[in-house]
Design a protein around this ligand. Structure first.
Ligand SMILES: [Zn+2]
Length: 341
């Protein structure tokens, strides 16, 4: 049954609904299929949920890295990322008893704090993290290439995490360049290079989990060739580096979705189902609150670069509609019906 539920969730979170222009169309499903095939053919949210349940227990630390933006177009970051980080963190905290440490670049902190607090996790200081349940602290990732390795080792030494999760975080191509999905290179000093955290965690045998929707996010490295083939800018970014947007950075499990948040929602819903507590996954009222808080704190729609109630060009109504469908899948999966004949 868990795989039947997971397969339904996988289908729902990989439906494409992009605008007619601006971002590439017709690529979500082929990249999803490549990710599933590369990981043995099981539903992706199933793989992620199994590993998280296996490694993360009460009071264990899980690092969640999120926040994606540009200094001019998306100054405080996108709405895609923080909401998924909040949803998954909620189930890991309230469901498994794990403690979540969020990691982001300094400009993106406000929408992430607002989203996380909207699901019932308070963001405070390290002292109270030790004594108060449902509490998180934020670690700021330093900008620039040179700071990445030391920061990664410091985080792994400090928290000894059981899992490190990346949601909508760009990774470098083979030439070390980060790009937007349309091929625009990111100035290296304008971003935290968290791919080191993925690589260093893996080297220590720590479970790594990635969520992406474009082929340029940490985790997509496990399907590098497919992204280079499927994404219009996969192998040819059009920038001077000439190597394309496809990232080489891998995670142990990678969930490809229509919108990165939705991948995280899918794993959160699957965990809530497997724990037989559907209420761990946000309902429509909480979803609406999360999005309002995120946008109110500066979160910006990545598709239009407008500070509106939208995620990657999909409306608030669509986010709550998705939550309705996910809740129905897991609630019905836990309901026995006596049909009376
Ligand atoms: Zn390039």
């Amino acid at each position: 049954m868990p795989k039947i539920i997971a397969d339904a969730i996988d289908q729902l979170i990989s439906i494409e609904m992009r605008y007619a222009s601006g971002l590439p169309r017709g690529v979500i499903r082929p990249i999803y299929e490549a990710a599933r095939e590369a990981q043995g053919g099981e539903p992706l949210v199933y793989l992620a949920a199994q590993k998280l349940r296996e490694v993360a227990g009460p009071r264990d630390f899980v690092l969640i890295v999120t926040g994606s933006g540009q200094r001019f177009g998306l100054p405080k970051g996108e709405t895609d990322g923080p909401l998924g980080a909040a949803s998954l963190g909620r189930v890991l905290d309230f469901g498994l008893g794990a403690r979540i440490i969020y990691i982001c670049d300094e400009p993106h902190i406000d929408p992430i704090v607002a989203s996380v607090e909207a699901v019932g996790i308070s963001v405070i200081d390290e002292e109270r993290l030790e004594t108060r349940p449902h509490t998180s602290v934020i670690e700021i990732h330093p900008m620039g290439v040179a700071a990445g390795p030391d920061f990664a080792e410091a985080m792994l030494d400090k928290y000894r995490p059981k899992a490190v999760v990346f949601i909508e975080k760009t990774g470098p191509n083979a030439k070390g360049v980060h790009h937007s999905i349309t091929g625009t290179p990111k100035p290296p000093e304008d971003t935290g290079h968290c791919f080191h955290l993925a690589d260093r965690a893996a080297a220590r045998g720590i479970f790594t989990l990635g969520f992406g929707d474009g082929g340029n996010e940490v985790g997509n490295g496990i399907i590098l060739d497919a992204v280079r083939r499927i994404q219009p800018r996969g192998a040819d970014c059009g920038c001077p580096c000439g190597d394309g947007i496809a990232t080489v950075t891998k995670t142990e499990v990678f969930v490809s979705a229509s919108i990165s948040n939705w991948g995280a929602y899918g794993v959160a819903a699957q965990l809530a189902y497997e724990l037989k507590k559907p209420g761990l996954f946000q309902d429509e009222e909480m979803e609406e609150f999360m999005l309002r808080q995120c946008v109110g704190a500066g979160g910006t729609d990545g598709a239009t670069a407008a500070q509106i109630l939208a995620v990657d060009g999909t409306s608030a109504r669509t986010q709550t509609g998705l939550v309705t469908l996910l809740r129905q899948i897991i609630e019905n999966g836990l309901t026995e019906v006596d049909r009376g004949f």
